[in-house]
Design a protein around this ligand. Structure first.
Ligand SMILES: [Zn+2]
Length: 333
């Protein structure tokens, strides 16, 4: 069982109404709940889809590695009437073929709805909105929403939906905020003690001083008039205390947002949620310029390499060139 939530990054609207992502890359948080424990991963949006597409489901070691990475306890196979298959039985049970089928559906969805510049690495995505028609899947003009309209695939996933609070500011802001909260807390404490003292004093005044006084004017006197200064001081403290408490509450709430969190039963559902989110927010996918694998463009629109190749660009570059040589049979440079 997983809980997943998406942060689609920040957008600014262009003059033509299209959205363009700025600064913050799109990310997701995936909570894995097992019987024993719960842990989470913060990853670029689409990380599960990217990794699932790269699993070779006829290679048990490969399946095991993926299962370990996302703590997959079982795969849910819709074609089998929602049968669960343990990762270690994928190859022996023949479920590999079904999972490959799921892979191909996911890959198709990426190509139909999200992919940009599949043929050329030079086109700038989203710049040309002239193409229209929507016949050519490779056209980079159409938006994911428009393409979904043209090529609908009514994939559905089961999820329970809830709200999660999350902190959207930086770690540094968090530290500063905590320091301020601590200071406010101390101020509230000390004002509270001051108020206690003031109450105590007023109790003493009203109960002891006034009742002990035997003269007429004491008995008749309104303590709030007779001890106006003391009462005024108490009111001042009360006012200050409530202001501080308010300030504390506001400070504690500052920087927090909420996000919709989805509880889903299996890892493939996460892939679909990732894709749905990308379609909804116009986040595109591309084939890596080095290894040709599909990945979600989570950062700037000109991101060309997949997460794996970005980790080690030099190695990925060498590998890409090797495979080109192998295909050609030629050996230039
Ligand atoms: Zn790559």
């Amino acid at each position: 069982m997983y809980t997943v939530s998406f942060d689609v990054g920040r957008f600014q609207r262009k003059r033509d109404g299209a959205k363009r992502r700025t600064r913050a890359p799109a990310s997701e948080i995936v909570y894995v709940h097992t019987n024993a424990s719960s842990c989470y991963t913060i990853a670029p949006l689409g990380a599960v889809t990217y990794e699932l597409l790269n699993v070779n489901f006829s290679n048990q070691a490969n399946v095991d590695a993926f299962a370990r990475r996302w703590r997959v306890t079982d795969f849910l196979l819709p074609r089998w009437g929602e049968v669960r298959v343990s990762p270690c039985e994928v190859v022996s049970s023949g479920a590999g073929a079904d999972l490959e089928w799921e892979q191909s559906k996911i890959s198709t969805a990426l190509s139909l709805w999200l992919s940009v510049d599949t043929s050329s690495t030079k086109t700038t995505p989203r710049e040309s909105h002239q193409s229209g028609g929507g016949v050519d899947i490779d056209s980079s003009g159409a938006t994911p929403a428009g393409r979904f309209k043209t090529y609908p695939m009514w994939q559905k996933v089961s999820a329970r939906i809830g709200l999660w609070p999350f902190y959207r500011m930086s770690e540094r802001t968090w530290q500063r905020q905590q320091a301020k909260l601590k200071r406010l807390d101390e101020e509230v404490d000390s004002l509270g003690m001051e108020l206690d003292g003031s109450h105590e004093q007023l109790r003493w005044i009203t109960s002891e001083v006034i009742t002990l006084a035997s003269t007429e004017q004491w008995q008749e006197a309104d303590p709030e008039v007779a001890f106006a200064d003391e009462f005024e001081e108490r009111d001042r403290i009360m006012k200050e205390l409530s202001a501080k408490r308010n300030e504390y509450r506001k400070e504690r709430e500052r920087g927090w947002d909420v996000t919709v969190a989805y509880d889903v039963p299996d890892i493939i559902s996460i892939c679909w949620l990732e894709i749905f989110t990308c379609v909804q927010y116009g986040i595109l996918a591309r084939r890596c310029s080095l290894c040709q694998r599909q990945f979600i463009v989570t950062g700037r629109a000109n991101m060309r390499q997949c997460p794996e190749c970005r980790k080690n660009p030099a190695k990925a570059w060498r590998k890409a060139n090797e495979s080109v040589l192998n295909k050609d049979g030629s050996s230039e440079g």
